[in-house]
Design a protein around this ligand. Structure first.
Ligand SMILES: NC(=O)c1ccc[n+]([C@@H]2O[C@H](COP(=O)([O-])OP(=O)(O)OC[C@H]3O[C@@H](n4cnc5c(N)ncnc54)[C@H](O)[C@@H]3O)[C@@H](O)[C@H]2O)c1
Length: 347
């Protein structure tokens, strides 16, 4: 198949494009940033968030090569950044709109990357596992979550009005390979690895927080199953959780990392942050039933692999072993008035 992957320079996009290429598919990527990990696939540098008029051959008046299916991953993907800079949430919605218009004009099916954030903080509303039917815009916790709800709503409306075929995946805390771009994208697992291997203290915001961490290869396996099933017309117009299906606390993740690195962790506990989800465990019944999805990497193994990859990467880039800029760790202090020392993002 020929597959358009937007957000192809990001963590999931890079892993997905490489996997699809190895499986014999042809990938055409689009991203506004250069891919710093690989040059193994073809991509276009383009900002997808412009107010572009409809253009049947591509987006923004640029002709794309012919493709069979689109996987739309491009987004501002950092919860706290969108709380701080809400215009980025709007850009997420515009990107989704542009990709949808392209798909509508080309009659292409689309895979959309949504998030468990659309469930809001289910812990406050229900004790059960998050089912695909339980998302509700009234539970919106953050502008990021609002942008994903908006994206899903646009997709469902295109399916009803124009017969667009889609699969929506709701990912959860994906970690591993190509996620340690800490100056751009502070995510909790690479942040903990970076900080603990420097034998510096870490702060866990929300000791009670329980999250469903997903090793990147499991997530990619689910997406690939979805792309194939959607393109063949076997599974169409479904919204599906993709995660590991187990809750783990951030403290446990930190302890596993410390044990892999053979360091004694120095952990400070602090309350959760504004806009954060504090409890999520995915219900994977639908992914299993529709796609035969079976995640294979529990947190202990995933952390081992993530630390292994991190070490390899760090050995090739020793210059990255430096203190992170304060902005990367506490970006919101100045801008929305949170107190210093209260802000390590969890997703
Ligand atoms: N990684 C996770 O834990 C997770 C969880 C839930 C949902 N998601 C979603 O999955 C998708 C992929 O996530 P990721 O972890 O690879 O994030 P990422 O930030 O690594 O990748 C997103 C890519 O989109 C690109 N992008 C942003 N704005 C753009 C624009 N205007 N035009 C073109 N490209 C643009 C970025 O440059 C980046 O390379 C995102 O939509 C994200 O919201 C990720």
């Amino acid at each position: 198949m020929r597959i358009l992957v937007t957000g192809s320079s990001g963590q999931i996009g890079t892993n997905l494009a490489l996997r699809l290429g190895h499986d014999g598919h042809e990938v055409f990527g689009v991203d506004k940033r250069l891919n710093t990990w690989t040059d193994e696939f073809r991509y276009l540098l383009q900002d997808l968030s412009g107010h572009y008029p409809s253009f049947p051959g591509g987006i923004g008046g640029v002709e794309y090569p012919e493709v069979d299916v689109a996987v739309h991953l491009a987004a501002h993907a950092k919860v706290h950044q969108l709380v701080r800079q809400p215009h980025r949430a709007l850009e997420n919605a515009i990107m989704t709109f542009n990709v949808l218009e392209f798909c509508r004009q080309q009659g292409l099916p689309i895979v959309f990357s949504s998030s468990r954030e659309v469930y809001g903080d289910v812990h406050r509303f229900a004790e059960e596992e998050a089912k695909e039917t339980s998302a509700d815009f009234a539970y919106t916790e953050s502008t990021y979550s609002a942008s994903k709800i908006a994206g899903e709503a646009l997709i469902y409306s295109y399916a009803r009005c124009y017969g667009l075929n889609y699969l929506v995946f709701r990912f959860s805390n994906v970690y591993g390979r190509y996620d340690n771009d800490l100056a751009r994208m502070v995510r909790v697992i690479p942040l903990f690895i970076h900080t603990l291997q420097r034998e510096e203290p870490i702060t866990v915001f929300g000791p009670e927080k329980t999250l469903d961490f997903t090793y990147v290869d499991d997530c990619i396996d689910g997406i690939v199953r979805g792309v194939e099933a959607l393109a063949e017309g076997h599974v169409v117009n479904e919204t599906i959780n993709l995660a590991y299906g187990q809750g783990n606390t951030l403290t446990r993740a930190a302890e596993l990392i410390a044990s892999q690195l053979a360091v004694e962790p120095k952990i400070t506990l602090a309350p959760s942050l504004l806009g954060e989800v504090t409890h999520y465990v995915a219900d994977l019944a639908k992914a299993r039933e529709l796609l035969g999805y079976e995640p294979g990497v529990p947190l202990e193994d995933g952390i081992q692999r993530a630390v292994g990859w991190f070490r390899e990467h760090r050995a090739a880039h020793p210059e990255e072993d430096a203190p992170l800029p304060r902005d990367a760790l506490f970006p919101q202090d100045a801008e929305i008035g949170w107190k210093p020392g209260r802000t390590v993002p969890a997703s």
